[in-house]
Structure formats: C-alpha cells, structure tokens
Write a protein that binds this ligand. Structure first.
Ligand code: BEZ
Length: 211
C-alpha cells in the first residue's frame, strides 16, 4: 500500500522495547514521527538512534512522540540498545518496534526491493494529532538523516497548520513567512498585523505570526 501526504496513518499494534501498544492510542493527541532503519547492529542506524535520543527534549517541547522501527526481534533490539547507549553517549528514551515479520515495514512501504529485498530504507513519516500524514522522507541505507531538519520541518508544519502562511526555502523558526496566495491583499493586511511586504502579487512576506 502506498501511504501519501493527507492519508490517515495506517494503524497497527506492535511489540516495542517499551511494551506492546496500538499506534493511534499511543500517539493520543501528540504529533508523531515514525522512522525506519535497515536493521539492528548497523553503524549508521546506531548513530541515528543516538542522535534522536539526545533530541528527546526538542521533540517533547513540540508535543511530538518518536517511534523507531527495525525489522529485527525484541531481544536483538534490547541488546543493541546497550551498544547505542555506550557508543553514542546517550540513554535510549523512545521505543523501537520489533518488526521481525515486517508487518509495519510493509504497511508503510518501507521495503524497496530494488534497493534491498529484506532491509528497510530510511523512511520518516510525520503524523499530525488528527492522525493524518503531514510529511514523508525517504533516504537510502547509506545516508544518515539530518534530525535538526526534521525538527525544522515540524516547526513549519505546526505553524502552517494554524496560520495562513507557508515557509520559504531554508526557513527557520523566527524568520519571515510567506502569505499563502489564497489570502487577498485586503485580508492579508487585516490578518497579519505585523505587516505584509509585497514583492510580487504572489510573493508576500510577513513576520512569523505566532511569535
Ligand atoms: C547502516 O545503518 O550503517 C547501514 C545499513 C545498511 C546498509 C548500509 C549501512
């Protein structure tokens, strides 16, 4: 099944390193990041899980729960976590799904057979509190992900969910945003009290509205 932006995130129950749960119930009212790994005891994955553990407060501050998935059994995950903690100087603080039967990997199309017939690629799904998919990223096994970029994208998603703005290239929290084209000039002046800078009829900037 192909999962696309705007679809409801497929639900599942899974065994994880923090117990068995129903994905949607576990998410509750939070945002979610579901991200896959090719396999346990692989070097790039080890660094990625350590990086995410160290960013736990940044995800929590944005009301985001993170959940990893790796196509190996639970005992393998628990033993690997010891290595992650040791080598990445962290304490693992979020669950990893034990997906030995590839149920979750298949549901989210995380196995790309022309890349590898058994290991998952590096997928990222950002899910909103309405359980809809907001963003999808796919990286090959040999390219570790940039988690500050994922936090930056979450900032944009959370802002644009509540305000009639979009965020330009390389935007970061605190920088000017773009007024969406569906908003007329007249409504823009009324909606964005900090001001609107009109470069072209379709390119109008305003200071970030929620700061
Ligand atoms: C890694 O996580 O290091 C990795 C996994 C599969 C292929 C290449 C690298």
């Amino acid at each position: 099944m192909t999962t696309r932006i705007g679809d409801t995130a497929p639900n599942f129950t899974a065994q994880t390193t923090e117990g068995e749960f129903d994905f949607h119930q576990w998410l509750g009212d939070s945002w979610g990041v579901l991200f896959s790994h090719p396999a346990d005891y692989t070097p790039v994955c080890t660094t990625e899980l350590g990086a995410v553990a160290k960013l736990k407060n940044e995800f929590a501050r944005r009301n985001v729960k993170v959940l990893a998935v790796s196509v190996d059994p639970l005992d393998s995950h628990h033993a690997w976590i010891k290595d992650i903690n040791e080598t990445q100087a962290c304490t693992m603080n979020f669950p990893i799904i034990a997906d030995a039967d590839r149920k979750v990997a298949t549901l989210y199309d995380m196995i790309h057979p022309n890349a590898d017939s058994t290991a998952a690629v590096r997928s990222v799904f950002i899910i909103g509190p309405d359980k809809k998919i907001k963003l999808i990223l796919t990286y090959p096994a040999t390219t570790g992900r940039n988690f500050p970029e994922i936090l930056r994208a979450i900032d944009s998603l959370q802002l644009t969910a509540n305000h009639k703005v979009a965020t330009p290239a390389d935007w970061n929290e605190g920088q000017d945003c773009i007024v969406v084209t569906a908003v007329s000039d007249e409504d823009a002046t009324r909606l964005f009290r900090k001001g609107v800078r009109r470069v072209k009829p379709y390119l109008r900037y305003t200071p970030q509205p929620n700061r």
